[in-house]
Design a protein around this ligand. Sequence first.
Ligand SMILES: *Cc1c(COP(=O)(O)O)cnc(C)c1O
Length: 378
Amino acid sequence: MTSELPNIKIPTDLLPADGRFGCGPSKVRPEAIEALAAQSGDYLGTSHRQPTVKFMVSRLRNAVAELLTLPDGYEVILGNGGTTAFWDALTFGMIDNRSQHLSFGEFSSKFAQCATAAPFLADPSVIEAPAGSAPEASAEAGIDLYALTHNETSTGVAIPIVRPSGTDDGALVAVDATSAAGGLMFDSAETDVYYFAPQKCLASDGGLWIAAVSPAAVERIERIAASDRWIPASLDLKIALDNSRKDQTYNTPALATVFLAVHQMEWINTYGGLGFSSGRSAASAEIMYGWADASDYATPFVTDPALRSKVVATIDLDDAVDANTVSKVLRANGIVDTESYRKLGRNQLRIAMFPAIDSEDVAQLTRCIDHVVAELRS
Ligand SMILES: *Cc1c(COP(=O)(O)O)cnc(C)c1O
Protein backbone atom coordinates (compact mmCIF):
# COMPACT_ATOMS: atom_id res chain seq x y z
CA MET A 1 0.00 0.00 0.00
CA THR A 2 1.15 3.53 -0.69
CA SER A 3 1.64 5.72 2.33
CA GLU A 4 -0.82 8.46 3.00
CA LEU A 5 -0.26 11.87 1.47
CA PRO A 6 0.96 14.41 4.06
CA ASN A 7 -1.71 16.98 4.72
CA ILE A 8 0.06 20.19 3.75
CA LYS A 9 -1.95 23.31 3.02
CA ILE A 10 -0.05 25.91 1.02
CA PRO A 11 -0.81 29.46 2.23
CA THR A 12 -3.08 31.31 -0.20
CA ASP A 13 -0.63 34.17 -0.70
CA LEU A 14 1.92 31.76 -2.16
CA LEU A 15 -0.44 30.16 -4.68
CA PRO A 16 -0.20 31.01 -8.40
CA ALA A 17 -3.25 32.66 -9.97
CA ASP A 18 -3.44 29.69 -12.37
CA GLY A 19 -2.20 26.28 -11.27
CA ARG A 20 -1.71 24.64 -14.66
CA PHE A 21 1.94 23.77 -15.37
CA GLY A 22 1.48 20.66 -17.50
CA CYS A 23 3.39 20.08 -20.73
CA GLY A 24 0.34 19.19 -22.78
CA PRO A 25 -2.51 19.59 -22.80
CA SER A 26 -1.46 22.77 -21.11
CA LYS A 27 -2.90 26.02 -19.85
CA VAL A 28 -5.51 27.56 -22.13
CA ARG A 29 -5.87 31.28 -21.50
CA PRO A 30 -9.23 32.09 -19.88
CA GLU A 31 -9.63 34.96 -22.37
CA ALA A 32 -9.61 32.41 -25.20
CA ILE A 33 -12.28 30.28 -23.56
CA GLU A 34 -14.45 33.35 -22.97
CA ALA A 35 -14.05 34.33 -26.61
CA LEU A 36 -15.03 30.81 -27.68
CA ALA A 37 -18.10 30.88 -25.45
CA ALA A 38 -19.09 34.22 -26.96
CA GLN A 39 -19.23 32.67 -30.47
CA SER A 40 -22.94 31.87 -29.88
CA GLY A 41 -24.41 29.83 -32.68
CA ASP A 42 -22.47 30.94 -35.71
CA TYR A 43 -19.27 28.94 -35.25
CA LEU A 44 -19.36 25.82 -33.03
CA GLY A 45 -21.78 23.31 -34.45
CA THR A 46 -21.64 24.65 -38.00
CA SER A 47 -20.30 23.10 -41.19
CA HIS A 48 -16.56 23.09 -41.76
CA ARG A 49 -17.22 23.41 -45.50
CA GLN A 50 -18.93 26.81 -45.12
CA PRO A 51 -17.33 30.29 -45.08
CA THR A 52 -17.42 30.90 -41.30
CA VAL A 53 -15.24 27.92 -40.40
CA LYS A 54 -13.13 28.19 -43.55
CA PHE A 55 -12.41 31.79 -42.60
CA MET A 56 -11.22 30.59 -39.16
CA VAL A 57 -8.92 28.04 -40.84
CA SER A 58 -7.55 30.78 -43.09
CA ARG A 59 -6.91 32.91 -40.00
CA LEU A 60 -5.04 29.96 -38.49
CA ARG A 61 -2.88 29.54 -41.58
CA ASN A 62 -2.13 33.28 -41.76
CA ALA A 63 -1.40 33.51 -38.04
CA VAL A 64 1.13 30.66 -38.26
CA ALA A 65 2.83 32.32 -41.24
CA GLU A 66 3.08 35.59 -39.34
CA LEU A 67 4.14 34.00 -36.04
CA LEU A 68 6.93 31.98 -37.65
CA THR A 69 7.81 34.75 -40.18
CA LEU A 70 7.71 32.20 -42.99
CA PRO A 71 9.76 33.02 -46.09
CA ASP A 72 7.97 33.55 -49.43
CA GLY A 73 6.66 30.34 -50.91
CA TYR A 74 6.26 28.48 -47.59
CA GLU A 75 2.74 27.20 -46.95
CA VAL A 76 0.81 26.16 -43.86
CA ILE A 77 -0.97 22.83 -44.04
CA LEU A 78 -3.02 21.03 -41.43
CA GLY A 79 -4.89 17.84 -40.70
CA ASN A 80 -6.28 15.63 -37.98
CA GLY A 81 -4.50 13.29 -35.59
CA GLY A 82 -1.93 15.48 -33.87
CA THR A 83 1.82 15.11 -34.16
CA THR A 84 1.73 11.33 -33.74
CA ALA A 85 -0.39 10.96 -36.86
CA PHE A 86 1.84 13.44 -38.66
CA TRP A 87 4.87 11.19 -38.07
CA ASP A 88 2.99 8.51 -39.99
CA ALA A 89 2.07 11.05 -42.68
CA LEU A 90 5.76 12.02 -43.00
CA THR A 91 6.72 8.36 -43.17
CA PHE A 92 4.26 7.75 -46.00
CA GLY A 93 4.57 10.99 -47.88
CA MET A 94 7.78 12.90 -47.13
CA ILE A 95 10.64 10.40 -46.69
CA ASP A 96 11.84 9.32 -50.09
CA ASN A 97 14.01 6.40 -49.03
CA ARG A 98 16.17 7.02 -45.98
CA SER A 99 15.95 9.48 -43.10
CA GLN A 100 18.30 10.49 -40.30
CA HIS A 101 16.88 11.04 -36.81
CA LEU A 102 18.32 12.72 -33.76
CA SER A 103 17.01 10.63 -30.89
CA PHE A 104 17.36 12.06 -27.39
CA GLY A 105 14.14 11.28 -25.59
CA GLU A 106 10.73 9.72 -25.88
CA PHE A 107 9.28 11.94 -28.60
CA SER A 108 12.31 12.14 -30.88
CA SER A 109 12.70 8.36 -30.71
CA LYS A 110 9.13 7.78 -31.82
CA PHE A 111 9.40 9.24 -35.32
CA ALA A 112 12.57 7.12 -35.78
CA GLN A 113 10.50 4.06 -34.85
CA CYS A 114 7.87 4.95 -37.48
CA ALA A 115 10.50 5.18 -40.21
CA THR A 116 12.18 1.95 -39.04
CA ALA A 117 8.90 0.05 -39.18
CA ALA A 118 7.98 1.19 -42.72
CA PRO A 119 8.59 -1.71 -45.12
CA PHE A 120 9.00 0.59 -48.14
CA LEU A 121 11.85 2.66 -46.61
CA ALA A 122 15.49 1.83 -45.95
CA ASP A 123 16.35 1.58 -42.25
CA PRO A 124 16.95 5.11 -40.98
CA SER A 125 20.17 6.43 -39.52
CA VAL A 126 19.51 7.12 -35.85
CA ILE A 127 21.95 9.26 -33.86
CA GLU A 128 21.27 8.88 -30.16
CA ALA A 129 22.24 10.81 -27.06
CA PRO A 130 21.35 10.06 -23.45
CA ALA A 131 18.38 11.82 -21.83
CA GLY A 132 19.36 15.31 -20.74
CA SER A 133 21.80 15.86 -23.61
CA ALA A 134 21.47 16.17 -27.40
CA PRO A 135 23.21 14.67 -30.43
CA GLU A 136 24.22 16.69 -33.48
CA ALA A 137 23.03 16.09 -37.01
CA SER A 138 25.75 15.39 -39.53
CA ALA A 139 25.44 15.06 -43.27
CA GLU A 140 25.37 11.53 -44.66
CA ALA A 141 25.18 10.43 -48.28
CA GLY A 142 21.84 8.87 -49.18
CA ILE A 143 19.81 10.72 -46.54
CA ASP A 144 16.86 12.60 -48.02
CA LEU A 145 15.24 13.82 -44.79
CA TYR A 146 16.86 15.01 -41.55
CA ALA A 147 14.50 14.71 -38.57
CA LEU A 148 15.17 17.10 -35.70
CA THR A 149 13.20 17.87 -32.55
CA HIS A 150 13.26 21.51 -31.47
CA ASN A 151 12.30 20.79 -27.89
CA GLU A 152 12.42 17.27 -26.42
CA THR A 153 9.45 17.56 -24.07
CA SER A 154 10.29 14.40 -22.14
CA THR A 155 13.70 15.67 -20.97
CA GLY A 156 13.61 19.48 -21.20
CA VAL A 157 16.35 19.74 -23.83
CA ALA A 158 16.04 22.31 -26.63
CA ILE A 159 18.43 22.40 -29.58
CA PRO A 160 19.29 25.17 -32.04
CA ILE A 161 17.65 24.59 -35.41
CA VAL A 162 20.30 24.60 -38.11
CA ARG A 163 20.25 22.96 -41.53
CA PRO A 164 23.12 20.45 -41.55
CA SER A 165 25.74 21.42 -44.14
CA GLY A 166 27.02 19.18 -46.90
CA THR A 167 23.83 17.15 -47.29
CA ASP A 168 22.72 15.60 -50.58
CA ASP A 169 20.95 17.95 -53.00
CA GLY A 170 17.27 18.23 -52.15
CA ALA A 171 17.57 16.75 -48.65
CA LEU A 172 14.85 18.13 -46.40
CA VAL A 173 14.95 19.23 -42.75
CA ALA A 174 11.82 18.27 -40.78
CA VAL A 175 11.48 19.60 -37.25
CA ASP A 176 9.12 18.33 -34.57
CA ALA A 177 8.26 21.61 -32.87
CA THR A 178 5.24 20.38 -30.95
CA SER A 179 6.31 21.93 -27.65
CA ALA A 180 8.46 24.67 -29.22
CA ALA A 181 6.36 26.37 -31.88
CA GLY A 182 5.39 29.78 -30.55
CA GLY A 183 7.72 29.58 -27.53
CA LEU A 184 11.24 29.30 -28.95
CA MET A 185 13.02 31.52 -31.46
CA PHE A 186 14.35 29.96 -34.66
CA ASP A 187 14.86 30.80 -38.31
CA SER A 188 12.23 29.09 -40.42
CA ALA A 189 14.51 29.25 -43.49
CA GLU A 190 16.58 26.52 -41.75
CA THR A 191 13.61 24.15 -42.01
CA ASP A 192 11.51 22.53 -44.73
CA VAL A 193 8.83 21.11 -42.46
CA TYR A 194 8.24 22.74 -39.06
CA TYR A 195 5.38 20.81 -37.52
CA PHE A 196 3.44 20.84 -34.26
CA ALA A 197 0.16 20.28 -32.49
CA PRO A 198 -1.62 23.16 -30.76
CA GLN A 199 -2.03 21.86 -27.17
CA LYS A 200 1.32 23.22 -25.96
CA CYS A 201 2.69 26.70 -26.77
CA LEU A 202 -0.43 27.46 -28.80
CA ALA A 203 -2.55 27.01 -25.66
CA SER A 204 -5.29 25.17 -27.50
CA ASP A 205 -6.49 21.58 -27.38
CA GLY A 206 -5.13 18.43 -29.01
CA GLY A 207 -6.08 16.51 -32.12
CA LEU A 208 -4.75 18.69 -34.92
CA TRP A 209 -1.39 18.76 -36.71
CA ILE A 210 -0.08 21.91 -38.31
CA ALA A 211 2.99 22.15 -40.54
CA ALA A 212 4.85 25.00 -42.22
CA VAL A 213 6.28 23.55 -45.42
CA SER A 214 8.89 24.93 -47.83
CA PRO A 215 8.55 24.83 -51.63
CA ALA A 216 11.03 21.91 -51.63
CA ALA A 217 8.81 20.01 -49.20
CA VAL A 218 5.74 20.70 -51.36
CA GLU A 219 7.62 19.36 -54.37
CA ARG A 220 8.51 16.21 -52.39
CA ILE A 221 4.88 15.73 -51.33
CA GLU A 222 3.73 16.00 -54.94
CA ARG A 223 6.40 13.69 -56.30
CA ILE A 224 5.80 10.90 -53.76
CA ALA A 225 2.02 11.22 -54.13
CA ALA A 226 2.41 10.74 -57.89
CA SER A 227 4.52 7.58 -57.38
CA ASP A 228 3.06 4.10 -57.00
CA ARG A 229 3.53 4.07 -53.19
CA TRP A 230 0.31 3.19 -51.37
CA ILE A 231 -0.71 5.95 -48.94
CA PRO A 232 -3.80 5.80 -46.70
CA ALA A 233 -5.98 8.81 -47.51
CA SER A 234 -6.14 10.19 -43.96
CA LEU A 235 -2.31 10.32 -43.89
CA ASP A 236 -1.87 11.53 -47.46
CA LEU A 237 0.01 14.83 -47.44
CA LYS A 238 -1.08 15.68 -50.99
CA ILE A 239 -4.73 15.41 -49.92
CA ALA A 240 -3.91 17.53 -46.86
CA LEU A 241 -2.11 20.09 -49.03
CA ASP A 242 -5.01 20.35 -51.49
CA ASN A 243 -7.54 20.76 -48.68
CA SER A 244 -5.40 23.24 -46.75
CA ARG A 245 -5.09 25.45 -49.80
CA LYS A 246 -8.90 25.66 -49.70
CA ASP A 247 -8.83 26.40 -45.94
CA GLN A 248 -10.29 23.00 -45.15
CA THR A 249 -9.21 19.71 -43.66
CA TYR A 250 -9.78 16.37 -45.37
CA ASN A 251 -12.14 15.25 -42.62
CA THR A 252 -13.89 17.10 -39.82
CA PRO A 253 -11.56 19.00 -37.46
CA ALA A 254 -12.29 19.98 -33.85
CA LEU A 255 -13.61 23.51 -34.37
CA ALA A 256 -12.86 24.56 -30.78
CA THR A 257 -9.23 23.50 -31.21
CA VAL A 258 -8.93 25.61 -34.36
CA PHE A 259 -10.54 28.61 -32.65
CA LEU A 260 -8.37 28.47 -29.51
CA ALA A 261 -5.17 28.16 -31.55
CA VAL A 262 -6.16 31.19 -33.64
CA HIS A 263 -6.96 33.17 -30.50
CA GLN A 264 -3.56 32.40 -28.94
CA MET A 265 -1.55 33.16 -32.08
CA GLU A 266 -3.41 36.40 -32.79
CA TRP A 267 -2.79 37.43 -29.18
CA ILE A 268 0.92 36.73 -29.61
CA ASN A 269 1.09 38.43 -33.02
CA THR A 270 -0.69 41.53 -31.70
CA TYR A 271 1.97 41.95 -29.03
CA GLY A 272 4.93 41.53 -31.37
CA GLY A 273 5.03 37.89 -32.46
CA LEU A 274 7.57 35.26 -31.57
CA GLY A 275 9.85 37.78 -29.86
CA PHE A 276 7.04 38.55 -27.41
CA SER A 277 5.97 34.97 -26.73
CA SER A 278 9.47 33.51 -26.52
CA GLY A 279 10.37 36.41 -24.23
CA ARG A 280 7.60 35.37 -21.83
CA SER A 281 8.94 31.81 -21.77
CA ALA A 282 12.53 33.02 -21.38
CA ALA A 283 11.55 35.20 -18.40
CA SER A 284 9.87 32.20 -16.74
CA ALA A 285 12.92 30.02 -17.46
CA GLU A 286 15.22 32.54 -15.84
CA ILE A 287 13.10 32.44 -12.70
CA MET A 288 12.86 28.65 -12.67
CA TYR A 289 16.53 27.80 -13.31
CA GLY A 290 17.70 30.67 -11.10
CA TRP A 291 15.63 29.25 -8.26
CA ALA A 292 16.91 25.70 -8.83
CA ASP A 293 20.54 26.86 -9.01
CA ALA A 294 20.16 28.68 -5.70
CA SER A 295 18.26 25.86 -3.99
CA ASP A 296 19.99 23.33 -1.74
CA TYR A 297 17.70 20.49 -2.86
CA ALA A 298 16.80 21.25 -6.50
CA THR A 299 19.09 21.04 -9.56
CA PRO A 300 18.37 21.51 -13.25
CA PHE A 301 18.48 18.03 -14.84
CA VAL A 302 20.05 19.39 -18.06
CA THR A 303 23.64 20.12 -17.08
CA ASP A 304 24.56 22.17 -20.15
CA PRO A 305 22.85 25.57 -19.69
CA ALA A 306 22.84 26.09 -23.48
CA LEU A 307 20.58 23.03 -23.92
CA ARG A 308 18.18 23.90 -21.08
CA SER A 309 14.75 24.40 -22.54
CA LYS A 310 13.02 27.72 -21.99
CA VAL A 311 9.60 26.09 -22.43
CA VAL A 312 9.94 22.89 -20.38
CA ALA A 313 12.01 22.77 -17.18
CA THR A 314 13.11 19.45 -15.71
CA ILE A 315 14.27 19.85 -12.13
CA ASP A 316 15.87 17.00 -10.19
CA LEU A 317 15.27 16.90 -6.46
CA ASP A 318 17.64 15.63 -3.79
CA ASP A 319 17.02 11.94 -2.98
CA ALA A 320 15.89 12.93 0.51
CA VAL A 321 12.88 14.74 -1.02
CA ASP A 322 10.42 12.57 -2.95
CA ALA A 323 9.41 14.45 -6.10
CA ASN A 324 6.28 12.36 -6.49
CA THR A 325 5.08 13.37 -3.06
CA VAL A 326 5.84 17.01 -3.83
CA SER A 327 3.80 16.81 -7.06
CA LYS A 328 0.93 15.12 -5.24
CA VAL A 329 0.86 17.74 -2.49
CA LEU A 330 0.94 20.49 -5.13
CA ARG A 331 -1.95 18.77 -6.91
CA ALA A 332 -3.95 18.62 -3.70
CA ASN A 333 -3.46 22.39 -3.53
CA GLY A 334 -4.69 22.98 -7.09
CA ILE A 335 -1.26 23.06 -8.78
CA VAL A 336 -1.38 20.33 -11.41
CA ASP A 337 0.80 18.30 -13.76
CA THR A 338 4.25 18.95 -12.30
CA GLU A 339 5.10 15.22 -12.41
CA SER A 340 8.19 14.19 -14.36
CA TYR A 341 7.83 12.35 -17.65
CA ARG A 342 6.73 8.88 -16.57
CA LYS A 343 9.26 6.87 -18.59
CA LEU A 344 12.25 9.00 -17.57
CA GLY A 345 12.11 7.49 -14.09
CA ARG A 346 13.87 10.30 -12.22
CA ASN A 347 13.20 12.01 -8.90
CA GLN A 348 12.13 15.06 -10.83
CA LEU A 349 9.57 17.79 -11.40
CA ARG A 350 8.73 18.84 -14.96
CA ILE A 351 7.24 22.27 -15.41
CA ALA A 352 5.88 23.92 -18.54
CA MET A 353 6.83 27.53 -19.15
CA PHE A 354 4.75 28.00 -22.28
CA PRO A 355 3.89 31.57 -23.33
CA ALA A 356 0.36 31.40 -21.86
CA ILE A 357 1.81 30.80 -18.39
CA ASP A 358 2.56 34.01 -16.47
CA SER A 359 6.11 34.35 -15.16
CA GLU A 360 4.71 35.59 -11.86
CA ASP A 361 2.90 32.26 -11.53
CA VAL A 362 6.17 30.42 -12.14
CA ALA A 363 7.74 32.50 -9.37
CA GLN A 364 4.84 31.63 -7.07
CA LEU A 365 5.24 27.96 -7.99
CA THR A 366 8.85 27.99 -6.81
CA ARG A 367 7.66 29.48 -3.48
CA CYS A 368 5.03 26.75 -3.20
CA ILE A 369 7.63 24.03 -3.83
CA ASP A 370 9.90 25.57 -1.18
CA HIS A 371 7.00 25.62 1.26
CA VAL A 372 6.04 21.99 0.60
CA VAL A 373 9.64 20.77 0.88
CA ALA A 374 10.19 22.71 4.14
CA GLU A 375 7.06 21.07 5.56
CA LEU A 376 8.10 17.60 4.37
CA ARG A 377 11.54 18.05 5.93
CA SER A 378 10.23 19.34 9.27
C1 LIG B 1 3.46 16.33 -27.17
C2 LIG B 1 4.48 15.99 -28.18
C3 LIG B 1 4.21 15.09 -29.21
C4 LIG B 1 2.92 14.33 -29.30
O1 LIG B 1 1.89 15.15 -29.75
P1 LIG B 1 0.43 14.52 -30.02
O2 LIG B 1 -0.34 15.66 -30.61
O3 LIG B 1 -0.09 14.06 -28.71
O4 LIG B 1 0.60 13.40 -30.97
C5 LIG B 1 5.20 14.88 -30.15
N1 LIG B 1 6.38 15.50 -30.09
C6 LIG B 1 6.68 16.38 -29.11
C7 LIG B 1 8.01 17.05 -29.10
C8 LIG B 1 5.74 16.65 -28.13
O5 LIG B 1 6.02 17.51 -27.15
